[in-house]
Ligand binder design. Structure first.
Ligand SMILES: [Zn+2]
Length: 256
């Protein structure tokens, strides 16, 4: 099976049983341009799963849907907002926690939480931004509310995967994920000045065989900066994580 990291929290997963995507964000503002397009890169995608409503997880979905037959699974309010932004109701499905969402991948959603932006991160972001940038970012924040946050579990190629769109899971939730015995955890490194430490502790509780860090790229400067994966590795060692780290270069694919 093939995993492609689109940058931010975006992935395309291709396997014998089909093709799915998570949180595709291609626009990237002043960030390094993505080699993927809404017009062409999702021609074979059957389903897109949305973790939460923030702009860096949903902004490009209406344009992708115009050019593809894909269904979009989004939780609650985020689905409503995508409809207002032009995704036809017939292509939208509620990403409910109660049922199998997409049988070929045995996809399930779990109610999760967003990591809390902390003051040092907010202050360092404001320091990098001009007044105009701040107004623009406030507009994105108001236009793309977080809504419900979902984590997705799926199976492909005989392996078990867990995709997290933000690192706000409770201890109870993390222990439940450990019970799923996942092979690969897709862990987001974004949203807190100590995100590597937070994500490393979460990884150690879930105990996947392999962790794939994502969302660490500088996807929307000056709002964002690169987050060090090296520090994440150090923190994983510190908490005693025994699994592997699969560090995917930006916009790359990996055979799993
Ligand atoms: Zn977010």
């Amino acid at each position: 099976m093939e995993f492609t990291w689109l940058g931010t929290a975006g992935f395309i997963v291709k396997d014998k049983q089909g093709e799915i995507a998570f949180d595709p964000f291609l626009s990237r503002g002043r960030g390094e341009p993505a080699p993927f397009t809404a017009e062409k890169s999702f021609a074979n995608t059957q389903a897109i799963f949305v973790g939460h409503g923030h702009f860096d997880h949903t902004f490009d979905i209406p344009e992708i849907v115009k050019n593809s037959d894909t269904q979009v699974f989004a939780p609650g309010l985020t689905g409503q907002i995508l409809k207002w932004r032009g995704v036809p109701a017939a292509k939208l499905c509620d990403a409910s926690n109660r049922e199998l969402l997409f049988k070929p991948f045995k996809m399930r959603a779990f109610k999760s939480s967003h990591v809390r932006f902390d003051l040092p991160l907010v202050l360092s972001t404001i320091k990098q931004c001009s007044f105009k940038d701040c107004i623009h970012i406030c507009g994105l924040g108001l236009g793309y509310p977080k809504g419900l946050v979902q984590t997705y579990y799926f199976e492909a190629g005989g392996k078990k995967f867990l995709f997290m769109s933000s690192a706000g899971a409770s201890r109870h939730e993390l222990e439940m994920y450990r019970g799923l015995e996942v092979d690969y955890l897709l862990a987001p490194l974004q949203g807190h000045s100590r995100i590597q430490e937070i994500a490393a502790k979460q990884t150690e509780i879930i105990r996947p065989k392999v962790v794939i860090p994502h969302h660490w790229d500088d996807f929307y400067p000056p709002l964002t900066q690169n987050v060090s994966v090296e520090i994440f590795r150090d923190k994983l060692n510190h908490v005693g994580f025994k699994g592997d780290v699969l560090e995917m270069p930006l916009f790359s694919s990996a055979q799993i």
